[in-house]
Design a protein around this ligand. Structure first.
Ligand code: MN
Length: 232
């Protein structure tokens, strides 16, 4: 089942009495197909967070420029701590003063298929592939579709952190589609922009214990025009 031990770093960084982010206590049954989520996070710098469900946790990378549909674009992806599966439902605002303070939207979500093979074309489990520094997978999201790969750069470190590249594979889904402006991008879940989520305030996910963490409700917050929403 889930290797919850890998969430120690995630929990160490957060005060759950102050942030609405999930602690990761739910023991959800494994889904038929593993999921992925790409969040846009308006923290100190605005970035994309790319997360793949692997062995009960979300393996995570911060991708400053976001994923590209163009195989020529090599997007830097910096590993971050494993996140709990419930984090794929997190859209809201991380409170001021807390780790990663700022608005988060679920930009894209869906399922994926592991495509990683060894030299003899035998399938390699994703956890093993990532440990080895190279994984390929097919994303079925509402925005991202097709094959992508994540590759660890050898000997190329940014400070004490590993650096990886997230690259679109050359397949039928390759395109010249550019990553959208993160400030104008809309949530796949709510249709809201970062600015709208920031204006709404509190986290909009629901706790596993059933206690709703919803902010002020409302189907159509004011300022819900194209590219609208308050700047944060
Ligand atoms: Mn982030």
């Amino acid at each position: 089942m889930a290797d919850k031990g890998t969430l120690a770093e995630y929990r160490r960084r957060r005060d759950f009495s102050r942030t609405g982010e999930p602690r990761g206590d739910a023991a959800g049954a494994p889904a038929d197909r593993p999921g992925f989520v790409v969040q846009i996070h308006d923290a100190t710098t605005t970035h994309f967070d790319f997360r793949l469900e692997v062995d009960g946790v979300l393996k995570s990378w911060a991708v400053p420029k976001g994923p590209s549909g163009d195989p020529h674009d090599k997007r830097l992806a910096m590993p971050t701590e494993d996140h709990p599966l419930e984090y794929r439902d997190f859209e809201g605002v991380i409170a001021k003063g807390e780790y990663g303070a700022g608005a988060v939207i679920i930009w894209d979500e869906g399922t994926y298929r592991n495509l990683t093979e060894d030299r003899r074309h035998r399938p390699v489990p994703l956890a093993e592939a990532l440990a080895g520094g190279h994984a390929s997978f097919w994303l079925d999201g509402s925005k991202l579709r097709g094959g992508y790969s994540l590759t660890r750069l050898r000997g190329d470190r940014y400070g004490d952190r590993e650096a990886w590249l997230l690259v679109k594979r050359g397949d039928s889904r390759a395109s010249h589609a550019r990553t959208p402006d993160p400030r104008r991008a809309r949530s796949a879940r709510s249709g809201h922009t970062l600015g709208q989520v920031a204006a709404e305030g509190g986290p909009t996910w629901t706790r596993a214990d059933g206690a709703s963490q919803d902010g002020p409700s409302g189907e159509s917050p004011s300022g819900d025009g194209p590219g609208g929403g308050g700047a944060s």
